[in-house]
Design a protein. Structure first.
Length: 497
């Protein structure tokens, strides 16, 4: 039974939404013809082009409508039950090119209301909660059966729709976490132009690469909630393959990590199912990345072996102790004080089953002091808010690694300090990760991976001293019918370009 839209929706259905993406765009002729037909039929008379002398809007009105229509279409194709969140606050559409690269103006508000009056959209007003902005909700819109009939007649697919080239890829947030409308000259000490060029090349590569999860019948990842319901945590969709570098605290000295990929929202076990251009993948990560960076920042070489391994403490078993030490140290690197680190440790959901919420500061101090005693060269950096500086360094390393593979047209995915690559380039990735880190600090990092790459297996097969089956460590990912259909559609799209 097909979905039939209704004019009213439950709170749960209204929350099942995605915000309007003001950078949705397409230059395909068939898309433009589709937009023109609806513009001429409904909006041309009501929203004529301005005449006479005067200031013209940066974005023509038909372009505003095009952005709105195409984003509604993409959302409907993604999930017919999805709502689109849209702000009816004029301040939202202020000309900040770092947020609104197409300069979508406030005229989108009366245009949306007109489409509601014309019976093309359903609407539910937003909610404003004074004094508690986290509870605010934007208005929700969704297509009526009338608009859906137009969508069904479209001669193109969402693959013909992408994000406009004006969407900013270098984001700098201020101390209140708001996106800054910065000027490049204010950060002339950084190669912003080159960073943008590199990121645009990387995003173009991702756009033309098939990135999916073989075990998924439907392209969504869900989490079971305490009340028994399921919540979508990630959608495998082209809308979530656009990568940016985001800096913090109004400065390029802090953060700078890559973000925006849907694969960042799932866990390591789920990421093992990722396929790139229908090839199995291997994930390799820098082990103990931030403690290693702290050693590098101090001009020191870390001791060999597991950096989190300590003599037995508090009667803990080896596995539990290492896990606790790792979490505690990472919190201490990021926190402004050790007490803040202890508080964050007790609240960590991934440790809840260990009962850490009952641990006192004195007990946690025993663990942290033991780590500091074993690592005196970086002990003074615990509880000193160094994590955000480490992120800037690991993001620079990531940029170098990604640039290497982008220039060779080999798609690679990033998850903070780990990387996912098709399994026939595993050795090359390890080499580039080691090279980028050693170039920065002068010593080799520790790398870890769960699965063996096909290229590594082939090398072992050629080695006469190999006494085991190298293929036993090579992953073979299950591919569902839903996945195979998406792969087929992607190949057809590539062939049609």
């Amino acid at each position: 039974m097909s979905y039939v839209p209704t004019p009213t929706r439950s709170i749960e259905a209204l929350n099942h939404s995605l915000p309007l993406n003001v950078h949705t765009h397409s230059d395909y002729p068939e898309v433009n013809a589709f937009v023109d037909s609806l513009w001429d039929a409904y909006l041309q008379a009501a929203f004529p082009a301005p005449k006479g002398i005067g200031k013209r809007p940066k974005t023509p009105r038909k372009q505003v409508f095009k952005t709105l229509l195409l984003d509604l279409y993409v959302n409907w194709c993604t999930d017919p039950t999805l709502c689109t969140g849209i702000s009816f606050d004029k301040k939202y559409y202020k000309a900040n090119p770092r947020v609104n690269g197409l300069y979508i103006p406030e005229s989108i508000i009366p245009m949306t209301k007109f489409l509601i009056e014309e019976g093309l959209l359903y609407y539910k007003g937003g909610v404003f909660v004074p004094g508690n902005p986290t509870d605010n909700k934007t208005s929700r819109i969704w297509p009526t059966a009338k608009l859906i009939d137009y969508f069904k007649s479209a001669t193109f697919t969402p693959k013909s729709i992408s994000l406009h080239k004006n969407k900013e890829v270098i984001i700098i947030r201020d101390k209140d976490n708001r996106i800054m409308n910065y000027k490049d000259e204010d950060f002339s000490h950084e190669p912003l132009v080159q960073w943008r060029k590199d990121l645009h090349a990387y995003n173009e590569l991702l756009t033309n690469s098939f990135i999916d999860a073989g075990p998924l019948e439907e392209p969504i990842f869900k989490r079971l909630q305490p009340d028994g319901s399921e919540r979508i945590i990630a959608r495998v969709h082209d809308k979530y393959k656009f990568i940016r570098r985001t800096f913090s605290r109004g400065s390029t000295q802090y953060n700078g990590r890559y973000n925006g990929g849907w694969w960042e929202s799932i866990n390591e076990e789920e990421r093992a199912g990722i396929l790139i251009n229908d090839l199995d993948t291997v994930e390799i990560d820098y082990s103990s990345m931030h403690p290693m960076i702290l050693y590098g920042m101090e001009g020191k070489v870390p001791p060999t072996g597991d950096i989190y391994e300590l003599a037995p403490l508090m009667g803990l078993d080896t596995k539990t102790q290492r896990k606790w030490i790792k979490f505690l140290v990472l919190f201490a690197i990021n926190a402004k004080t050790e007490k803040d680190a202890f508080s964050a440790f007790r609240k960590e959901e991934r440790l809840a089953q260990d009962g850490v919420g009952k641990l006192t500061n004195s007990e946690l101090s025993v663990l942290l002091e033991a780590f500091k005693k074993r690592h005196p060269d970086i002990a003074h950096l615990m509880g000193k808010d160094k994590g955000i500086e480490c992120m800037r360094i690991d993001s620079d390393i990531t940029h170098e690694v990604v640039k290497h593979f982008t220039e060779r047209r080999r798609p690679i995915l990033t998850v903070h300090d780990s990387y996912i690559i098709p399994f026939d380039h595993t050795g090359e990735l390890r080499s580039e990760m080691e090279k980028a880190f050693k170039k920065r600090f002068g010593f080799k990092p520790n790398l870890t991976q769960e699965f063996r790459g096909m290229d590594e297996a082939r090398m072992l097969m050629r080695d006469p001293l190999t006494t085991f089956d190298p293929m036993k460590g090579v992953k073979r990912t299950k591919r569902t019918n839903g996945y195979r259909k998406r792969w087929k559609e992607f190949r057809e799209w590539i062939d049609s370009k």
